[in-house]
Design a protein around this ligand. Sequence first.
Ligand code: AMP
Ligand code: ZN
Length: 142
Amino acid sequence: MAKKEDCIFCKIARHEVPASIIYESESIIAFLDINPVNPGHALVLPKQHFSNLLDMPESLASELMAVMKKIGYAQLKALNAEGFNLLMNNMSAAGQLIMHAHIHVIPRYANDGLEHWKGKPYEEGKAEEVAEKLRNVLNKDG
Ligand code: AMP
Ligand code: ZN
């Protein structure tokens, strides 16, 4: 895993590495993903280095939410997108490649050919068993 000092998104946030920046404030930056799912696919992140959502302070949430909304709206207006996805990969097993927390804002079109991930139905009784495990942790730690 890259050290924090080598983090590419920290370097972009410090303007040491070029990126197509579309929004910037004191604490948040958004720029275009270099390998977009669709043109205009953007990444939104806190400038400060946090590894993933669990490390991020909740005080960032409202500005992050506001920026995601602004970018989604801009994708509809400027790119004629018909919808947009928000996606955050947290930790390697979930596909996180850059260990600086970021959220993807992906413009979508009805005919863009992208497929949603496939769901698998629960076996009989399993949903309640899983819900109980989650409730135990949520009520204890959350
Ligand atoms: P993730 O799997 O959520 O960690 O995704 C990392 C994303 O960062 C990928 O979609 C990459 O295409 C994108 N990415 C990697 N390096 C850069 C960069 N220098 N500028 C813009 N986007 C980048
Ligand atoms: Zn970083």
